[in-house]
Design a binder for this molecule. Sequence first.
Ligand code: NAP
Length: 244
Amino acid sequence: MSTRVFLVTGGSRGIGEAVAVGAARQGFDVVLTYASNEARAASVVQRIRDAGGNAEAVRADTADEADILRTFSVVDSCGRLAVMVYNSGITGAHSPLAEAATETIDRVLAVNLRGAILCAREAVRRMSTRSGGAGGSIVFVSSRASFYGSPNEFVWYAASKGGMDSLTNGLAREVATEGIRVNAVSPGPIATEIHRPGKLEIGAKRSPMQRAGTPEEVANTVLFLASEAASYVNGANLVISGGL
Ligand code: NAP
C-alpha cells in the first residue's frame, strides 16, 4: 500500500500543530506548512519523528500560488495525498472596517480564502477517482466568527471564513461521487497565539462552558472528519465552541 500523506497548512503551532501530531499518531506521513517560523515548524517535525512518525515541513505562503504548487510537489514526492486540512489563517490588525487598510483586507482574503480554494483545487486534482486518484478527505478550519461576524475587530476575517463555509458546501456536493468528502470545523475561542492579549479571556467568558478550547479539542474533531469513522459525513461544519 502506498504511503498515505496528510497535508496540514499552518502546522507549525496552534491548531495546525495539534492536527499534525495527531495525524502522525494515526500513521499518516505528515507534510506541514508554515509561513516564517522555521524553528517552530522544525520542532513539530522533530516531535513527530521522535515518536516514530514521518513528517516534512515546507515553508510556504498559502496566499502564493507558486508556494502552493511547490507544497503539493513535496506531497507528491512523499506518497498519495489522503487528507488535506486547510488551517493556515490570519486576522490582520484589529479595527472597525472604516479604519482598515486595503492591504490588510487583501492579505486576509488571500491567505484565508483564496489559498483555501487553490489548495482544495490541487487536492481534488490528486484525490478524485475521476482522474485516477484513490479518493480522500478535505477539512477546512473555518471559524465561529463567520456566524457572529466579528464587528469592530475584523469583519473581513469573518467574511473570509463565511466564504470558506460556502466553499465547503459547494465542493462537498461537487466531488461527492469522486471519492472525496469535504467538511469544515468552526472553532470558537481556542488557546493559541492568534489572539491579541486579553482577547482569549473575553471569548472564554462568552462561551457557555466558561473556558477556551484547546488546540487538541479542535484537532480531535478534524481527525474524526478526516477518518473513515466519518465515512457518511460530507458538507458538515462542526462547531467547536463550548456552545458559543
Ligand atoms: P496560530 O496559532 O496563529 O497559527 C497560525 C498558523 O498558520 C501558523 O502555523 C502560521 O505559520 C501559519 N500561517 C500564518 N500565515 C500563513 C500563510 N500566509 N501561509 C501559510 N501559513 C501561514 O493560529 P491558530 O489559532 O492555530 O489558527 C489556526 C486556524 O484556526 C486559523 O485558520 C484560524 O482562523 C482558525 N481559528 C482559530 C481560532 C482560535 O481561537 N485560535 C478560532 C476560530 C478559528 P508561522 O508559525 O510560520 O507563522
